[in-house]
Design a protein around this ligand. Structure first.
Ligand code: ZN
Length: 278
């Protein structure tokens, strides 16, 4: 799990700001709760967003984050046999973008409030077809914690963080090969039993890792070592999602309101299958 704050630099390097070693048999939710508290204490303030993998992509985690005003950046996770966790419906589409209540069109983010009395989103229709479309609309995030997020999936920041996730995965790999933290192989696994020695190893690795980061960022006395700028570009992904949404016709009105106004179908039409490129 990665914690993103504008002030913290961990999202540049993918280095964790807290390391906790847990048994693979421990429930993800319990691990998450602990890690969240530790990381918030370390940051000294609430993170703005949290990047994680599929394991944490559960409604409880989304709910907890949204209630704290923290954005969740987790991949979709299959629910049952359905291919997508949530299809396009009257409230929101498959990317969690709320649909206009008046014309069924796509909307843009206006604001988010974590309490008054419950987490809530305000948004506005991007099409402006009817009079009502020109006013802000609102929805409670509890209608679907996993889909209605404080930071929308079409947002550049969301995209950049989503992009950053592969770096975190890479870091897990480095941590195994460099420091033997979280070894998933019998040859690397410590001979000592219990989690304590693994936690000690992880803590020591974190100190080394921070020295490495400081050397790279030029914080160890000489700026000459700073040879590269680490930034994460959102553009590619944002563009891809915008294209996908056009192909899926999610940029067009759909739903009851759209049918009534004669603007679109009840559900967005299924896109034509992509040609098999082999
Ligand atoms: Zn509208």
């Amino acid at each position: 799990v990665g914690f993103y704050n504008q002030k913290a630099i961990d999202h540049y390097t993918g280095a964790p700001i807290a390391v906790k070693v847990d048994s693979a048999s421990e429930a993800e939710w319990n691990i998450y709760e602990d890690l969240f508290i530790t990381a918030t204490n370390n940051l000294g303030e609430m993170p703005r967003a949290i990047v994680g993998d599929r394991g944490f992509s559960i409604p409880k985690v989304f709910k907890r984050n949204t209630e704290q005003g923290v954005a969740s950046v987790f991949p979709y996770r299959k629910v049952g046999t359905r291919k997508r966790p949530d299809e396009d419906n009257e409230i929101h589409d498959r990317h969690g973008i709320p649909r206009c209540k008046h014309c069924g069109g796509p909307t843009r983010f206006v604001r988010f409030s974590k309490a008054n009395p419950k987490p809530r989103l305000w948004y506005r229709c991007t099409l402006g077809t009817t009079g009502g479309c020109k006013k802000d609309q609102t929805v409670y995030c509890e209608r679907n914690w996993k889909m209605l997020l404080p930071l929308w999936r079409t947002d550049d920041v969301y995209m950049a963080l989503r992009n950053a996730h592969q770096r975190y995965e890479r870091v897990h790999h480095h941590w195994r090969t460099r420091y033997r933290v979280g070894a998933d192989d019998n040859a690397l696994r410590p001979k000592r039993r219990g989690a304590a020695c693994q936690q000690l190893r992880a803590n020591a690795a974190l100190v080394v890792e921070w020295l490495r980061i400081m050397a790279r960022q030029g914080w160890l006395g000489s700026a000459r070592r700073r040879d590269c700028e680490h930034t994460i570009a959102p553009a590619g992904r944002a563009y891809n999602l915008a294209t996908t949404r056009r192909v899926l016709q999610l940029d067009q009105p759909y739903g009851q309101a759209a049918v009534t106004l004669g603007l679109g179908p009840e559900r967005p039409p299924a896109p034509l299958p992509q040609p098999d490129t082999g």
